[in-house]
Design a protein around this ligand. Structure first.
Ligand code: ATP
Length: 450
């Protein structure tokens, strides 16, 4: 493969001596450079050429360094390392907040400059490779998480990092927050992407079935085992196994899994031959796995073995700014499928969506958007296309509710506030549990899982 030349480092420094010596230092390391003495020169150069890294002096004659940094970050992909004096630490902190990747304090030592520049250049190259890989995966139909909240951006960064390694990952988040989607994405960005991605819901199967699903069985291993069956760990060889709801895994299966991960081999149920496997494990749960391990409900050693990387997907109500972008992405995706031409969401409907706590998270949002699209005749989703339960949640503040609607909305809020614990909800509401169940059914209230 051809080794491509590194992109040049743009040195923006008004001290001519210093700029020259920095450029010479880098060129001696075979790193091409560009030099600019003012913000205007830097802008002119960047309009013509792409830089791999920008070394930016914060004390330029024609523009405040922080202002220039903000502009660069808004329009440039290249990472920025700021150059600053020793007394300028407050400015460095501000620069880092505004997106600078790193800083160098003057007077600078040659070795340190080279180390920082090489590190940032390598990081930039890696990010670009990841981006183009992401674009390829997108073209192959892999779904990408939408959302520009801080939490979502961090999740995307972590996904990129994790996909580079072979380490196990634990995904934590309420139901519908995107754990399955993230697991698939990690797999499709990893070196294992051509090998299988297989998943199993550990809460949905009885212990023996789960055991045979994971490890396979020989013919006659138990009463129903009429044929030999390959387990997921074996079938996913070279790829990824996604263990959803791992906290609900039976203790016996947990210990067998731990051993299989540690030894990288196991036996099928009823089998004698050891089978070697190479799989990456991604586990997910809506429970607090650390707490489950602390309290002894989940094996601590398995927890530590799996929890090399942890990615937390916050509930949608904690990242309300993601609601509109995600809903819009669903509209774009569903328009051709539903034969619709919806262009957007009316601001009143957006307010309602943003006020609702989304116990079913993004999965629930998707269903609501799909239903609204089916109901909409024009080219936008309006409040009347949203389900009553969601409109009413907002309506509670407006005070224009019937007694029944008010009751339903209040019950919904209490259930939400106690995290779906119906015993507690009944206590708070001062009614028996059976009355609460009746009302839940009558009003069609959805209850989040504990
Ligand atoms: N950030 C996102 N952007 C766009 N779509 C998303 C995002 N996160 C999740 N989705 C979509 O929301 C739906 C639910 O996601 P997913 O099934 O991954 O959730 P989950 O956390 O695994 O749920 P469960 O725990 O119930 O299995 C899927 O259709 C998924 O594609």
């Amino acid at each position: 493969m051809n080794q491509t030349l590194p992109l040049p480092v743009l040195v923006v420094e008004d001290d001519v001596e210093l700029r020259r010596s920095l450029e010479e230092l880098l060129q001696a390391e075979s790193i091409p450079t560009l030099g600019a003495g003012t913000a205007a020169e830097a802008a002119a150069l960047l309009a013509q050429k792409e830089a791999g890294l920008i070394l930016l002096d914060l004390g330029l004659p024609d523009m405040d360094g922080l202002e220039l940094l903000a502009r660069l970050k808004a329009s440039e992909e290249a990472p920025v390392v700021v150059l600053t004096g020793r007394s300028d630490i407050a400015t460095v902190v501000e620069a880092m907040k505004r997106g600078a990747e790193n800083f160098l304090v003057k007077p600078m030592e040659a070795a340190q400059v080279i180390a920082v520049v090489k590190k940032e250049l390598a990081r930039h190259v890696w990010h670009r490779q990841m981006e183009s890989q992401m674009a390829r995966e997108k073209a192959r139909g892999v779904r990408f998480p939408v959302g520009e909240s801080k939490a979502m951006r961090e999740v995307r960064q972590l996904v990129q990092k994790v996909a580079e390694t072979d380490a196990s990952v634990v995904l934590l988040g309420e139901s519908g927050t995107g754990k399955g989607m993230i697991a698939r994405l990690i797999h499709s960005l990893s070196r294992r992407r051509e090998a299988p991605f297989l998943d199993v819901n550990c809460a949905a199967l009885a212990p023996q079935l789960l055991e045979s699903e994971l490890f396979g069985h020989e013919r006659g291993a138990f009463t129903d085992a009429r044929e030999r069956k390959l387990g997921l760990l074996e079938a996913a060889h070279g790829g990824t196994v996604f263990l959803d709801e791992i906290a609900d895994m039976d203790p016996h299966v947990q210990s067998k899994l731990l051993k299989a991960i540690e030894d990288r081999r196991f036996r099928r149920l009823g089998g004698v031959r050891e089978i070697q496997v190479d799989v990456c494990i991604i586990a997910a749960t809506h429970r607090d796995l650390r707490e489950e391990a602390e309290s002894g409900r989940f094996r601590k050693d398995l927890y530590y073995r799996l929890n090399v990387f942890q990615i937390v997907l916050p509930p949608l109500r904690e990242r309300k700014e993601d609601i509109l972008p995600i809903a819009t992405a669903f509209i774009t995706e569903l328009n051709p499928i539903l034969g619709k031409h919806i262009q957007g969401i009316h601001p009143d409907a957006v307010r309602i969506l943003e006020a609702y706590p989304w116990p079913g998270n993004i999965r629930e949002l998707r269903n609501v958007v799909e239903r609204a699209m089916i109901l909409a005749h024009g080219d936008e989703i309006r409040p009347e296309h949203l389900p009553r339960e969601i409109r009413l949640h907002k309506g509670l503040d407006a005070g224009l509710l019937s007694l029944e609607e008010l009751e339903a909305a209040h019950i919904r809020r209490v259930i939400q506030a106690v995290g779906g614990n119906l015993k507690k909800a009944a206590e708070v509401l001062g009614i028996s549990r059976s009355t609460l169940y009746d009302k839940i059914e009558r009003y069609g209230i959805s209850v989040p899982r504990d």
